[in-house]
Design a protein around this ligand. Structure first.
Ligand SMILES: Nc1ncnc2c1ncn2[C@@H]1O[C@H](COP(=O)(O)OP(=O)(O)OP(=O)(O)O)[C@@H](O)[C@H]1O
Length: 366
C-alpha cells in the first residue's frame, strides 16, 4: 500500500522553555511507493521517531495529512491503521513464550476481525516461518539471543499481515555481526511479503544497504529523497554530501574564477557554467587519481593499506578537515618517501556548494 504525506507537521512544546515550540517534523510532502522499503535517515533529534509515530498514529500531527492508499488515516486510531511496529528494544512480553508473543496481536482482535484458534495458530506459524524461528516457539524471550528476540518482534509485527511495517532503529541493540545478518534478513522478508516498510536509522550505511529509497532529514526538515546511489552521487546540499559516505567526503574552501575551480593557487578543475564566487568544495575519497603532474598538490602524511585499496592521507592548505583522505587501488604505486602527492580529480566526484547556504551549484564537465 502506498503512503502519501501531505504537508505533515508536528510541533511539540519545547521542554523547559515556556511558550516555545520545537518543530520535530516540518511540512513533509512525499510519497512512499507501494511495496517499497524506505530508510528514514538523519542525525539524532532530526525527527525520525516522530515521523514514524505520526505514521502509526501514536502522535497526532499539528498540520497535514497522511494517506494509506487512497484512505485518509490522519485521524484514524492506531489499531485500525493496519500497521506493524518494531522497536529498538524488541518490547517482547517476558512472561510469555515466543508463540504467545506472536499470537498476542491476534488474540486482541475485536468484533468482525476475530479469528478462530486454528487460524491464529496457522498465521503465527507462517510469521515464525518468515523469520525462521519455528524451532524457538516454546522458549521465553530471556532464552533467546538479541537477534532472535528481534526476529520474534518482527514476526509479531507481521502476524496481522499489516498494510505498513514500521521499524524504529531495529538493529541498534545488536552486535556488529548480527546487525549485518539481521538487516539482510529484514530485506529478504520485506521482499517476500512486499509490505510497504519504513525503516528508521541514524546509520547511513545501514539505510543505504537495504533501502529502495532513502529520505535524509535534518532538524525536522526533509532534505532529499532518492535511491541510495543517486543521493550519494548527486547530493542536493552540503549537509547530504557530508552525511552520506564512509570515509566521509573531503571538504575544502575554494573559489571559482573564469570557470575554473581554484584551491588556493592551484587550478584543480574546469567547472563550466559557474559564475565567479567563493565556494565550498566536496571531493569524495574515490575522486582522486594519483598523477605525477596532477593539479591538486598536497603534502603526503601517510599511506594506509586496506587490502584491495590504499588510503593516501595528505594535508592541503584549503582543507576544512585536518587531513585529506583519498582512496586509490592497491596496484597504484605510491612513493611513500616523497614529501608531496599530486592528483587529478574525477569531475563526477567533485561537488560545489554555495559558501553561505550550502546549496549545490551544478557545473558541466566540458
Ligand atoms: N514528546 C515530546 N515533547 C517535546 N519534544 C519532543 C517530544 N518528542 C520529540 N521531541 C523533540 O522533537 C525533536 C525530534 O525528536 P525525535 O525523537 O523524533 O528525533 P529522532 O531523529 O528520532 O532522534 P533519535 O535518533 O535520537 O531517536 C527533538 O528535538 C526532540 O527533543
Amino acid at each position: 500500500m502506498k503512503i502519501v504525506l501531505e504537508h505533515l507537521t508536528k510541533k511539540f512544546p519545547a521542554r523547559g522553555k515556556k511558550g516555545e515550540e520545537v518543530t520535530a517534523v516540518s511540512d513533509f510532502t512525499f510519497e512512499i511507493p507501494d511495496g517499497s522499503l524506505i530508510g528514514l535517515l538523519g542525525p539524532s533529534g532530526c525527527g525520525k521517531s516522530t515521523a514514524l509515530n505520526l505514521l502509526c498514529g501514536l502522535e497526532a500531527p499539528t498540520e497535514g495529512k497522511i494517506y494509506f492508499g487512497d484512505t485518509d488515516v490522519t485521524d484514524m486510531p492506531p489499531e485500525l491503521r493496519g500497521v506493524g511496529m518494531v522497536f529498538q528494544n524488541y518490547a517482547l512480553y517476558p512472561h510469555l513464550t515466543v508463540r504467545q508473543n506472536i499470537l498476542f496481536p491476534l488474540e486482541n482482535l475485536k468484533g468482525k476481525q476475530k479469528l478462530s484458534k486454528e487460524e491464529m495458530n496457522r498465521r503465527a506459524e507462517k510469521a515464525a516461518g518468515l523469520v525462521q524461528i519455528q524451532g524457538l516457539m516454546d522458549r521465553k524471550p530471556r532464552e533467546l539471543s538479541g537477534g532472535q528476540q528481534q526476529r520474534v518482534a518482527i514476526a509479531r509485527a507481521l502476524v496481522k499481515t499489516p498494510n505498513v511495517l514500521l521499524l524504529d532503529e531495529p538493529l541498534s541493540n545488536l552486535d556488529a555481526r548480527l546487525r549485518l545478518q539481521t538487516r539482510e534478513e529484514i530485506r529478504k522478508i520485506q521482499q517476500e511479503t512486499r509490505v510497504t516498510t519504513v525503516f528508521v536509522t541514524h546509520d547511513q550505511e545501514e539505510a543505504m544497504s537495504i533501502s529502495d529509497q532513502i529520505v535524509v532529514m535534518k532538524d525536522g526538515i526533509f532534505m532529499q529523497m532518492g535511491r541510495p546511489q543517486e543521493v550519494y552521487d548527486d547530493p542536493a546540499s552540503l549537509f547530504v554530501a557530508k552525511f552520506l559516505g564512509n570515509p566521509p567526503i573531503n571538504m575544502f574552501k575554494g573559489e571559482v574564477r573564469k570557470e575554473t575551480l581554484w584551491l588556493g593557487d592551484q587550478p584543480v578543475l574546469s567547472v563550466k557554467g559557474v559564475p565567479d564566487q567563493p565556494v565550498t568544495v566536496g571531493i569524495r575519497p574515490e575522486g582522486f587519481i594519483l598523477t605525477e603532474n596532477g593539479p591538486f598538490a598536497a603534502s603526503l602524511s601517510r599511506v594506509e593499506v586496506m587490502g584491495r585499496d590504499v588510503s593516501v592521507i595528505s594535508s592541503h592548505p584549503c582543507s576544512e578537515n585536518p587531513s585529506v583522505r583519498s582512496i586509490i587501488t592497491a596496484e597504484t604505486p605510491v612513493d611513500r618517501d616523497a614529501g608531496s602527492v599530486h592528483f587529478s580529480l574525477k569531475p563526477s566526484k567533485v561537488f560545489l556548494f554555495h559558501r553561505e547556504t550550502g546549496a549545490r551549484i551544478p557545473f558541466s564537465i566540458s
